[in-house]
Design a binder for this molecule. Sequence first.
Ligand SMILES: NC(=O)c1ccc[n+]([C@@H]2O[C@H](COP(=O)([O-])OP(=O)(O)OC[C@H]3O[C@@H](n4cnc5c(N)ncnc54)[C@H](OP(=O)(O)O)[C@@H]3O)[C@@H](O)[C@H]2O)c1
Length: 402
Amino acid sequence: MPGSKAWVKSLGQKPGSKAGVKSLGQSPGGKSRGQRPGSKAWVKSPGSKAKVKGLGLLVIKCHAYQSQRTWFQTQYKGFIYVNLFYKLYNLIQMKKVLITGSSGLVGKAIQNILPDKEQYIFITSKDADLTDMSETKRLFEKYKPTHVIHLAACVGGLYKNMNNKVEMLEQNLLMNFNIVKCAHDYKVEKLIACLSTCIFPDKTTYPINEEMLHDGPPHNSNDCYAYAKRMLEIQCNAYRENYGDNFICVIPTNIYGPYDNFNLEDGHVIPSLIHKCYLAKKEGKPFIVRGTGKPLRQFIYSEDLGKLILWVLENTNERSLILSVDKEDEVTIEHMARLIAKEFDYENNLFFDASFSDGQYKKTADNSKLMSLYNDFDFIAHEEGIKKTVKWFTNNYETARK
Ligand SMILES: NC(=O)c1ccc[n+]([C@@H]2O[C@H](COP(=O)([O-])OP(=O)(O)OC[C@H]3O[C@@H](n4cnc5c(N)ncnc54)[C@H](OP(=O)(O)O)[C@@H]3O)[C@@H](O)[C@H]2O)c1
């Protein structure tokens, strides 16, 4: 019957295809249905009466075949039109997702995992300087996005945060303000903005959850980055409360992966250590890690985070959501440094220099809200993530950000 599973399946077969002809050939007449006049069975049929009867049956069968085929073809054409209409409808309904910060660690990861990129607009600082309101407006006017994933930020590790406080504060305040305001003014249906667990209070109880962001000042080492990001959350909530805007803040822990910033001074701990170990091995020098190696962190591989952000885009409208591995998967910097050294086959040359600052001792984050919504998400093991990142860095040494 049209509409039944079998019917839908048979529509997948072209009318002229073997399977299509075969199914049409199976008439109540059984085997002889496929035998043509002139075939052995036809010549053999006894007497003229039988021949006429046979001919009559054949005509009826041919007619049935013809009408079936015509009906089938009409339906088939109908399905083509329905398909076309469906495609057109999808095109009209289609999300236009603007992703800022597309050249960065997370932006690249999202690009790499997307099977189909036609709905996405990937933005870097070459397309618009998001600290400039008129350039940001121009971007929204040009693309008219229905959804925005805002990743662009002035990002860095401990030393960049300590040495560039004004830049970290001003660049991030401006970028975030412009994006959120434009998302509202241009009636974006959903905005996903990116915070970080490192902006939470320095002195707090652990594990931290989504509700504890403003419970105390951040660590002095990254206070400017942290306050700028906290204002992003305040602004998103204000629009949510006053205008009902679907503005969501996701809160990742420490991220690592291909396309990171591997700069020795400005980069985050994992990419900096990868670069350091690469150079140490190349120059036959010790691989020295700054600090004691004792601080604890929850690391997330960039593609895992990319998958989770795309899942948020489709599946939840929570006001804020920590995106992290379990708190049981928190590891020391030393653990990750050993994994890196192992990947370079340089384990016996690893040393720690305790004269350098450790930064915040831990920032343990609670991912139970995420797990309550998506409990079967499969995080990649650190061994695998480090292996992939080291391989990418080694293969792309010349062009990697460093
Ligand atoms: N990395 C982490 O460990 C971590 C942890 C938690 C949260 N986060 C958050 O996750 C998000 C993504 O971080 P990420 O590590 O992918 O950053 P990233 O690798 O440093 O990339 C930063 C991106 O922002 C863009 N950008 C910077 N200034 C811009 C400007 N004025 N105008 C337009 N675009 C600008 C850069 O574009 P160009 O390449 O063209 O300069 C780049 O695409 C950020 O919001 C960050 O705060 C990161």
